[in-house]
Structures are given as structure tokens and as C-alpha cells.
Design a protein around this ligand. Sequence first.
Ligand code: HEM
Length: 494
Amino acid sequence: MEFLTNLVPPNFEFQVQYLAIILITVGILYIGYLKIKASSSSIPPGSLGFPLIGETISFLMAQKQDKSKQWFEIRVQKYGPVFKTSLVGSPIVVLTGQAANKFIFSANDAIAGNQMLSTATIFGKYSIFEVEGSRRKLIKSAMMNFLKPESIQKIIVEMDSIVKKYLLKELEGKESVQFVPLIKKVTFKVTSTLLFGLHEGWDKEKLFEDLTIAFRGLWAIPLRIPGTKFRKACQARDRVCKTLSKLIKTRKEDMEEGKMGSQQDMISTFLSLRDEEGKPLLEEEIIDNLITLIFASQDTSSCLVCLFFQYLGRDTNVYNKVLEEHKEIAKTRVESDGKLKWSEMQSMKYTWKAVQELMRLKPPLSGNFRYVTRDISFGGYDIPKGWRILWVAFPTHMDPEIFDEPEKFQPSRFEGPSKSVPPYTYIPFGAGSRICPGSEFARIDVLLIIHHLVTNYGWTPLIPNEPLIHDPMPYPAKGLPVRLQPMLDQENTT
Ligand code: HEM
């Protein structure tokens, strides 16, 4: 090994230049091929940008500056609701609007879920985002089963005590705190304890650290050159795989010895799963889907909570209504046995409407890719096999025909069935066969964090109008530092 590492440095610079020349040449040829193909059929209008990198840089810059919505708006205005672009080395057709959403979310096997190369590498080839057909159905049904409302009801008391314990422990005695890292930690504790059974004794901090590094590679240029974000992410993924492999082994032994049931957490649920031939899942299948679940559950919920706290810090009217609702719930709890009840979650009505409205304006996952497995057409345009398509939430979420005065924050939009929104227009959790299986888990997780924070602390953001950054989810760019004020009225605390 030492021999090899000694040899690498002198050749390294040369290798990178050589690789860059090859990649650029291949990129130019590929884009040339796409342009010829595009001129001979009815490919949507738009720009494929520069060879190989396409429009990746402008797209990532827009993400960094919280201007993704504008990035899409400019192109929709210029080319129409269906347009082509090229991101991270792949030609893409962006489809916007209600009909387009319906087309994507109710698609047959002509539109597969495969992600971009970097994302697919980090999640793994067996991730639910990658597999199709009966295997996908099997894995999805296990997730849906474990995460359905009836199952969440059974773990609600434990979920509440984890949120309360970790959140209040982290805040105790502090005058100021950064909400982003704090909330990420708390949501990771909830997920790792309840979904993966990582109770005391496991090195959660190390796992959390490795997962954070791995997820940074999701949108990176997929080059495994030393020092790149992507290579570091792949190395971190390898470490995560080793930890999860050990965890699966221990869980298997516990189940064999009867120390643990078959549906106690997501790992035991996957371990007990059998396909139509009665065969269990491969260890790699379990690992890839655990990694996918951690990402899908953790970053989405924590960014939503952070955006909500940032919003509440700016809007006293909404803050007061939320506070009132939670004080009332906390008061009733103190008067009863002190344990959280499912009915209390259902009475956090205003808060959930406000969160729903926030997800309309700032969806944690504002879009996702699909892969076209055979030539298809939509809206009079051809989309060739091998291209990707991208659905985006902003165009319908911000359409004045669907949501009156779309720029305004109005939780009342989500009141009552009479104001229900048309199908395929409000899509923070996606729709159709790929709809998010964790929406109920997320709802409870988010509401519990809000509940324990607002009933125990007041806060003032230390950076007024802190901008957002997409990493890839939208977060306050400086980590949302706040000054804390413990609630003096202890009667109202939980
Ligand atoms: C506020 C929190 C959340 C938001 C906004 C969110 C959003 C979404 C969206 C938009 C999709 C669809 C992606 C697509 O169509 O390409 C999705 C899929 C998914 N979500 Fe969530 N999610 C959240 C929380 C969770 C949680 C808590 C879990 C698990 C515990 C979870 C697990 C998944 C999985 C596994 C998929 C893939 C489903 C499939 O491909 O069939 N999500 N999520």
C-alpha cells in the first residue's frame, strides 16, 4: 500500500489534466450528438449550456442564493412550461404545471426513479429511489407499513419523550444557540432511535458525522479525485455501511434469540421481509434503504422546523396563535396524567396549517429527477430514452390561479374541505406511487419539536433577515443563531 501511495503524487497532476481533457472531449461529442438529435425531433426548447457541465453552475449558484424559484421562472418565461436543460452531465427536461405533475406522478414504467449519478452512488443501487418493479413495491410496502399513522400512534409517547429529553437537554442553561445544528441533532436522535433502534451505547455522534459528510456529496460533481467533496462523501458512506452492517448483525441475533419482535423498528421490519419466493432482502438492500431513509427523514424534517422557527421569529401574529394553541395543550396535559396523547397531536391544528403553508412557499424537497426508459412525449414534445425529467413544486405552489395571492403567508388556505387544493398542485410530499411514506412521521416529529420549544422558550433571531442557502434543502445560511428566553410561567411548560 505504501508503495502505491508513494507513486501517486508525481503522476497526480498529469492524471487530472488528462482526465479533464478526456471528459471535456467526451462532453463536447455528447452535447453535439444531443444537438443533432434535438434538431431532428421535437425536443423541448431550452439550453443544454456548456459541454459536460451544462447549466449546473448557474443552477447551483441559484441554489446557494435561494434563487431556485427564479431560476425556473426565468426559463418558463423564456421557453414555456416544458423546457430542456443539462445538469451534472445529464440532459434534462423540466416539466411544470398540474398536468405535468400528473403525468410524472402517475407514470408507468417508461419513467423510472433513477437518480443522478452522485445521488445514486451515495444512496446505493438498491435504494428505493433506484429499484423498480416488484422489488420496489416490496420495500415501499414495508416502509408504508412501519410508518403508517396506526404504527406512529403506538410510538407517540416514546417519540415525545425523546424529543423533549434531547431538545431540553441541549437548550438547558444556554442563553443563545444555533437552531440548525441543534434541530438536525434532535431529528437524528428521533430517527436513529425509533427507526433504527439505535438506543444508548451506539456511537450516534460518529454515525451522524459520517452521514452528514456523505450527504454533502449528493449534488457534487461525481469525480472521485482526492480532495473532492464527492470522494469524501463516498468514503463516509463506506464507514456508514460498516456501522449499519454491524447493527444489522446484532439485530438479527436479537431476533433469533427472541429478544426482539419482527416489527419493532425499520431494521427488524426489513429483516423479516420476504419476497414472492420467500427469500429475505440482501444485507446491501437493507443498508441502502436505511441510508435513504435517514436522508429522506432527517434533512427534510429538520429544515422544515428551522424554517418554521425562523418564520415565527419574524411574524408575531402567527407566533402568538401558535403559542396560544400549545399553551392550551400543555395546560390540559398538566391537569391530566402528564403523558402526551394522540388527540393532542390532532389538536395542533393551526400549527400544522402554518407548517403546510410554509411547505407551499418553501418546500423542503422542491423537486426530483426521473429517468426516461423509452422514448415518450408530453405536451407535443418528444423526450428521448436516456434523458432525465425533473418535476418542480414551485410553479403550481406559486400559481395565482390555484393559490390566491401566492406570495402571502396564509395558513387559512388549508382550512376545511371546501378550500381543498386541486390534485397534483400542492406536492410537498410528492404524489402517486412515489409519494412520501414518512409524511405522518414527519408531521408528528415536526409538531413535537415545535410544541416543546414554544412552551419552554421564547427566542429572538440574532441575524435579522438571515438569508437561506440550499444545501440541498433550504436552511438559514448562518445556522439561525438565536437568543433564548426561558418561559417564566412554569405552569405552561411541558
Ligand atoms: C417534512 C418532511 C418530509 C418531506 C417534505 C418529504 C418529502 C418527500 C417527497 C417530495 C418525496 C417524493 C420524491 C419523488 O417523488 O421523487 C418523498 C419521498 C420519500 N420520503 Fe419523504 N419527506 C419528508 C419526510 C420523510 C420521512 C420522515 C421519511 C421516513 C421516515 C421519508 C421517507 C421517504 C422515502 C423513503 C421516500 C421515497 C419514496 C418512493 O420513492 O417511493 N420522508 N419525500
